[in-house]
Design a binder for this molecule. Structure first.
Ligand SMILES: N[C@@H](CCC(=O)N[C@@H](CS)C(=O)NCC(=O)O)C(=O)O
Length: 96
């Protein structure tokens, strides 16, 4: 997705509050990564399979080890969103 420099700067800023807990080869994660790429939002990818810290964060704060899971931080509020369809719909609504 192409945006003006100004709009892209806003999207880049919004992307700072988002991170995707995922496995490299999970097909549901591939689907979400495609959406992220299509919408051109810089979202940190966190490998919850091989990185012990990310795995623990997901289990303890998200509630379970299931991927993909989008961590959404807005000010001091943190939300953990599971389900690839819900994540893609959220990203589409916010950045599409
Ligand atoms: N309906 C879920 C399916 C996700 C899913 O099954 N992910 C697998 C990895 S490919 C997983 O994390 N399984 C562990 C579990 O369900 O406890 C989605 O669309 O996000």
């Amino acid at each position: 997705m192409k945006r003006t420099e100004e709009d892209q700067a806003l999207v880049n800023k919004a992307g700072e509050g988002l991170s995707l807990y995922q496995f490299q080869s999970c097909p549901f994660c591939v689907k979400v990564r495609r959406q992220i790429h299509k919408l051109n939002v810089p979202i940190e990818l966190r490998d919850a399979k091989n990185n012990e810290q990310f795995r623990n964060e997901l289990a303890e704060n998200g509630g379970r080890i299931k991927v993909p899971c989008l961590r959404i931080q807005e000010n001091n509020d943190v939300q953990w969103m599971y389900e690839s369809n819900d994540i893609n719909a959220y990203l589409q609504q916010r950045f599409g």
